[in-house]
Design a protein around this ligand. Structure first.
Ligand SMILES: Nc1ncnc2c1ncn2[C@@H]1O[C@H](COP(=O)(O)OP(=O)(O)OP(=O)(O)O)[C@@H](O)[C@H]1O
Length: 547
């Protein structure tokens, strides 16, 4: 009952008030039944009383108002809970350690924030109905008891047998629902593959076909699981209906044989049993809805737990504005896969970077350059060794604040349409400097378009990094997709200009032609910096830069 627990835990309105109102609605329903039965009786004896009509109208009014209160309150409550859950998930994602987030699939996160919350939301009306029906059922049974204890005992016996059979069968249904959830997540993954890899899919018809086959396979398994679930639900519905007919039959065939006085109330009791069909149907429909809401809540809570267990303890609003020296002492880091153990280790790094320096990092593919940058920028925390900022070791709080020294453009950078975290700025001179002033314009803090070439986009990302106005700028193969002319401008004009502004530049580069421009070059091999003068030259040759 994870979903119910979630609602009780998160609800801001009083659950007692909702329960009282739901009881009132149920009682109102049962009273409507009793008044109608009584009035039907009176009709035989010459007509219903005006008092009964007034009582009927008043009961109906109370019942409608109470039911409306319950529906409105619960719907609003659950939607607000979903809103808070979503906000919390986004906030947790923001605060989680980068390594943890890299381990969780994107499609899983998308699915939790969209599909699972939707599943909870759409189950609410059925749940509310189901709860009210349960209450109505209790009151109607009480009314049947007042009419005839034999009829009541028989109805209870049949309901108990039916409910236990139903609950035993619902276990299987729950497994089917969970399976169809898992399969739908896989469908999300395949769809993400298709959309993210659209160019690759378009270029290779065999890949395109096989991807389609894989999608069809998962979709068909998901359909099968869904069909089983739906058939299970309709079987339960049929089952409930049969039970209801069984009850009616019991009233007409069995109770008269057991109770000699029953004939007086046979009509009323049968009417009461007829009245049960609505609540029983709603209850039966509510159970799969609860099962789905439970599965969705379980999934969301599992993700929340994973994320909260991996909250980045270094997160802070503190900022550092300047520095003189950053020292890495025996810093190590490993990528660890829970299934396969350590995948790759870097370090120990013993290196320092001084204010105003321009440091180039070189090395072959997979040597560990980007990993070093993630350590240097404070995005990864070292497994061993220590980082010193101006001679003082970074503790957790200072580690977070340390990140505020750095702006970066990584190889897999993301360009936000809005200048999040930055004030409105006049970017015209930067746009001119980057030679994209004819392409980009801004409205307030928003770029009007991001539909540029790869190289132009990267220039815009560099502008955003510069707008952050931080003392260190970290660039990972920034010039890789620039044309030779702009590449030269980058190395010969822009980087020296940054240095002249007092910025510290740490750049990963393969452009051997410009290696000489750096104050220092650190060459990396197999996760370590090679001793100076031991550059095996395994970097990629500079291609196409012969301007
Ligand atoms: N998220 C990750 N999980 C596990 N292993 C990783 C992860 N990221 C990188 N690696 C591994 O770490 C090693 C170093 O990767 P890194 O990206 O630091 O290399 P690099 O020197 O920047 O390479 P390139 O020049 O190709 O960009 C590689 O063997 C890579 O497979």
């Amino acid at each position: 009952m994870t979903f119910i627990r979630l609602v009780l835990r998160e609800s801001r309105s009083s659950p007692y008030k909702v329960a009282v109102m739901a009881m009132l609605a149920g009682l109102g329903n049962a009273m409507i039944l009793a008044i109608i039965n009584r009035s039907a009786d009176l009709a035989n004896d010459g007509g219903a009383q005006v008092a009964d009509m007034i009582l009927f109208a008043a009961t109906m009014g109370i019942q409608v108002l109470a039911q409306r209160y319950v529906s409105r309150t619960t719907t609003r409550e659950v939607e607000e809970i979903i809103h808070r859950l979503r906000k919390r998930l986004i906030s947790l994602i923001r605060q989680t350690d980068l390594t943890a987030l890299e381990g969780i699939g994107r499609s899983e996160i998308y699915a939790m924030i969209t599909k699972e919350t939707q599943a909870i939301s759409s189950s609410v009306p059925m749940l509310v109905n189901g709860c009210q029906s349960g209450i109505l059922l209790v009151f109607t049974l009480a009314y049947i008891y007042v009419l005839s204890s034999t009829a009541f005992m028989l109805t209870i016996a049949i309901t108990a047998i039916a409910a236990s059979t139903h609950l035993a069968r619902i276990g299987q249904l729950r497994r089917e629902v969970e399976l169809s959830f898992q399969l739908e997540n896989q469908l999300f993954e395949r769809l993400t593959d298709l959309l993210s890899g659209y160019k690759e899919v378009k270029l290779n018809i065999r890949r395109s076909r096989e991807l389609q086959e894989h999608f069809d396979e998962v979709s068909s398994a998901s359909t099968e699981a869904k069909v089983k679930t739906q058939i299970g639900i309709s079987n339960e519905f049929l089952f409930a209906q049969s039970i209801f007919y069984l009850m009616l039959a019991a009233m007409v065939f069995v109770v008269p044989a057991l109770s000699p006085t029953f004939s007086d109330v046979a009509l009323k009791t049968s009417a009461a049993v007829l009245f049960l069909i609505g609540p029983i149907t709603s209850l039966v429909q509510a159970i799969p809805a609860i099962t789905m809401a439970n599965a969705a809540t379980d999934n969301i809570e599992r993700l929340s737990k994973t994320l909260s267990e991996r909250i980045d303890p270094t997160a802070t609003d503190d900022e550092v504005e300047s520095f003189a020296r950053i020292e890495f002492q025996d810093v190590t880091f490993s990528y660890v896969d829970p299934r396969y153990g350590t995948r790759f280790s870097v370090g120990p790094f013993n290196v320092d970077v001084n204010r105003g320096e321009m440091v180039f990092i070189t090395g072959g593919n997979g040597a560990g350059k980007s990993t070093f940058l993630k350590l240097f920028t404070g995005l990864y925390r070292p497994d061993g060794g220590r980082i010193l900022l101006d001679g003082k070791q970074l503790d957790q709080r200072r580690h977070g604040a340390y990140r505020s020294l750095i702006s970066a453009v990584f190889t897999d950078y993301h360009l936000f349409r809005r200048l999040y975290g930055l004030p409105e700025a006049d970017v015209s001179s930067l746009l001119r400097q980057m030679e994209i002033d004819h392409k980009v314009s801004m409205t307030g803090r928003d770029f009007d378009s991001l539909d540029f070439s790869a190289g132009q986009k990267k220039r815009l990302a560099l502008i955003v990094a510069l707008l952050e106005d931080r003392p260190i700028i970290v660039l990972d193969e920034w010039a890789a997709d620039q044309d030779p002319i702009f590449r030269r401008k980058f190395y010969e004009e822009l980087l020296p200009a940054f240095k002249a502004m007092g910025k510290t530049v740490v750049a990963v580069t393969h452009d051997d032609r410009y290696f000489g421009l750096a104050d220092r070059r650190l060459h990396m091999e197999e996760g370590r910096f090679a001793p100076e003068g031991h550059d095996s030259g395994s970097h990629a040759p500079d291609q196409g830069d012969h301007a």
